[in-house]
Design a protein around this ligand. Structure first.
Ligand SMILES: C[S@@+](CC[C@H](N)C(=O)[O-])C[C@H]1O[C@@H](n2cnc3c(N)ncnc32)[C@H](O)[C@@H]1O
Length: 332
């Protein structure tokens, strides 16, 4: 279900007010910073091994701090920053309130225990990434999940990247989880083949234009690799709604939990290629059956009709993981 509220002009002030209001209204919910929470678990499962063990890590736009705490396991010192004071207050509670941390760990973390809050190793601060100026030596790793899409223009996105570049060491690594324009278009076109409507767009988001990644050197970053999440998108955004009806789907559902589990094993179509589509769908519906019998029955009927003739689904999904390295700032 959408929680966009009333559509407003996409300005820095309105977007910031949106996040502050979300944190105030549902800061304790897994859905506060992303409706599709199971995707977020899948994303963290993919990105954590890509983050090298390091001395200093910055998590920009850290929200309520759940991801930051997991990332902190890779770093001696971790700083999470967010411009919403209420998001930061929730994040700090993870450090100071053991009952809250264990509640979050049980409710939000199906794959991992949250690590104990290290003494002094993790800090949260209220700051706007566009004006941020953290003290201390450069960061080895900078992470951000869906930060750029909350900046209203491409030039604002470049300004944020430029700011982050100024805090990165020359050997630094930028790991971004973002939603892409092209990913949306591809996924909508695939969904349409099964009679599904386009995915919901959010007024406060400017989706990353993959065709403009080549311009990021203007902000001092060169993109090294872009990873996708084909399998999660196929199962969660096509098979589940096509089988159960888009109105019968929920983000926090057994079907999405199962999609996350399967996608953690086979992230892309290439990875699932050894299995083949029919076996992949069989695996999925067996797994869904552990959570939701009715959904599994609907999926079985759908798979009988479609599993043998799925159109190719490489590159499906609106989410991307973007890894970039510092480079000389290019003119332009
Ligand atoms: C989609 S949420 C993601 C939060 C967290 N990274 C996660 O994955 O759950 C985006 C977050 O970025 C924060 N944010 C957006 N623009 C920001 C900015 N310019 N400076 C600091 N934080 C920002 C919002 O307050 C919100 O908490």
């Amino acid at each position: 279900m959408s929680r966009q509220g009333e559509t407003r002009p996409r300005t820095l002030e309105n977007v910031r007010a949106f996040w502050e209001s979300e944190a105030a209204q549902i800061g304790g919910s897994p859905e506060v910073t992303i409706r599709d929470f199971y995707f977020r678990i899948h994303e963290l499962h993919t990105l954590l091994p890509l983050v090298p063990r390091c001395a200093r890590l910055l998590d920009a736009g850290c929200g309520t701090g759940f991801g930051t705490l997991l990332l902190a396991g890779r770093s001696h010192y971790t700083l999470g920053v967010d411009y919403s004071p209420t998001m930061v207050a929730w994040a700090r509670r993870l450090l100071t309130d053991p009952a809250h941390r264990s509640r979050v760990s049980r409710a939000l973390s199906p794959l991992w225990e949250l690590p104990p809050a290290a003494d002094g190793g993790i800090e949260f601060a209220e700051a706007d990434v566009l004006t941020l100026s953290p003290a201390g030596p450069p960061f080895d790793v900078i992470t951000a999940q869906r930060l750029l899409i909350n900046l209203p223009t491409f030039e604002d996105q470049l300004a944020a990247l430029r700011r982050l570049r100024s805090f990165a060491g020359d050997e630094g690594l930028l790991v971004l989880g973002e939603t892409s324009l092209q990913g949306y278009a591809r996924t909508d076109a695939y969904r349409a083949r099964f009679g599904l409507p386009p995915l919901e767009r959010y007024w406060h988001n400017l989706y990353v234009d993959e065709e403009r990644l080549a311009e990021w050197p203007r902000a001092g970053w060169r993109v090294e690799v872009v990873l996708g999440f084909d399998t999660y998108a196929l199962l969660s955004k096509v098979v589940y709604p096509a089988a159960c009806g888009p109105q019968g789907c929920a983000f926090l559902s057994g079907a999405n939990a199962a999609a996350m589990e399967i996608a953690c094993l086979f992230r892309t179509r290439a990875a699932a290629g050894e299995l083949g589509d029919e076996r992949l769908l069989r695996l999925y519906l067996d797994r869904v059956g552990l959570y939701d019998r009715a959904a599994a029955d609907a999926l079985a009927r759908w798979a009988d009709r479609h599993a043998r003739a799925l159109p190719p689904w490489d590159g499906l999904g609106n989410q991307r993981l973007i890894l970039a390295r510092p480079c000389a700032v290019a003119a332009g």
